[in-house]
Ligand binder design. Sequence first.
Ligand code: ADP
Length: 401
Amino acid sequence: MNILVCNVGSTSLKFKLYDMPSQEALATARVERVGDRKDAIFHYENTGTGYRVKLEQQDVPSYSAGIRLFVQYLTDLSAPVLDSIEQIDAIGFKTVLAKDYYGVHLLDEAVLAGMDAYMNIAPVHNSCYLEAIRQCRLLLPDTPLIGVFETEFHRSIPPERKLYSLPYEWFEQYGVQRFGYHGASHRYIAESIAQRCGGSAFKLISCHLGGSSSLCAIENGLSIDTSFGFSLQTGVMHANRTGDMDAYIIPFLMDQGLSLQEILQGMDQNGGMLGISGVSNDLRFITEQAGTNERAALAISMFCNDVIRYIGSYYVELSGLDHLVFTGGIGENSDLVRETVCKKLTVLGVDLDDEANRRPPADGIISKPDSAVKVHVIPADEESVVARKTYQYLAESAAQK
Ligand code: ADP
């Protein structure tokens, strides 16, 4: 069975085609800078043959154009993976959240309405996914489109950590609560550590650090706390978005004459690493400038401190720690962030191997052999989780018929 996994970002589309249940990846593609700027970059690889393409300065004005470009290569005569797109048996989407829907669902009109109803909680993410899902439906009207919602993994968080100390009726009436996101990534980390250690009886903190960042405390394979809350506008600082902040800053700034729209723009586009550094939203550029630019150095310190603060509180909630994992674009690539964070954690029994941190070995372990907490670098693989969940959903639905 061919399952295509579609990961939709605000300006990017990532695809991975799997043969299931073998989980063999057949093709991958990435379209960056989707929009009207005619400077999109397209990467494609036929994983079986190793045939690769990178195209720059492409005109990819919409998600549908991105999907068509990918399909053209997938069925292209020079290195076809499929004869036609009808050979895609299902598309799995790493969807974010929908009102009243958790877990894995066929993306019918009711589920799409649930995503629409929560548009103002995750405006960028839900609008991108809705557009991409509708385009795929036009392209493949008879192919099941399945949503694997990010919030599912955090359903195990107990009420004392899930609720805000607001009037309880607001939880009952409006569903205001900490939903948590990055579920596919944290689940993948929990499963990877379980595979490496045999069994799931461990205490783990998963740090997904990238354009969006979140931490998750995991006990016996289950999420017991996470840094994302009601929206993706919470937790540690992000590339462009603020993390946790005092809600009363908003009415205060409105009193100073800023409109709500200006404040929200500051919070979700001009905040985070970009807002503090004034240099970039990309940690690579910020790191380059940190030696000579105080605000760039401050952005890195603030980010690392946010991560340290959450690790400290999760250590106590978990009553100890066996494994600390770094994943995501920053977690996998920034030895500076890993070192700054881990050096503060020696008091918790973290003993980093500096050389392994600079060049993580094949097994990804960057702590010294006698470190009380094992520190790992594990590449994020959210797509494989979505492929497995989609396959499982289809197999169970078929068995019920
Ligand atoms: P997203 O959350 O958008 O999926 P990723 O997990 O792909 O993001 O992470 C992207 C971020 O990773 C980039 O914005 C960049 O800041 C960071 N990054 C990637 N490579 C490096 C590197 N070598 N050093 C530091 N940061 C890096």
